[in-house]
Design a protein. Structure first.
Length: 78
């Protein structure tokens, strides 16, 4: 989504607002290493779409110092 800077020019955002991973066999790596990286980089939300278990894990409220998300919600199909 383009935004306007202070001079009215159209610009791209300087960082992601949400990162969405679609995972089949990489859930452990996504929950540990990638989550730590995204939390440390202050990405507000990180989702893992787990195709094996048919769930979506929504991670919110990054703790930059601890490199983790404070809130995790698991949404199930149906």
């Amino acid at each position: 989504m383009l935004t306007e800077d202070t001079r009215g020019r159209k610009t791209h955002p300087d960082r992601a607002r949400v990162v969405i991973e679609v995972a089949d066999s990489s859930q452990r790596y996504d929950r540990t290493r990638k989550a730590a990286l995204y939390a440390h980089r202050r990405i507000p939300e990180y989702w893992i779409v787990n195709v094996t278990e048919r769930t979506i894990e929504v991670h919110r409220d990054p703790d930059v110092t601890a490199k983790r998300y404070r809130v995790t919600e698991i949404l199930r199909a149906g």
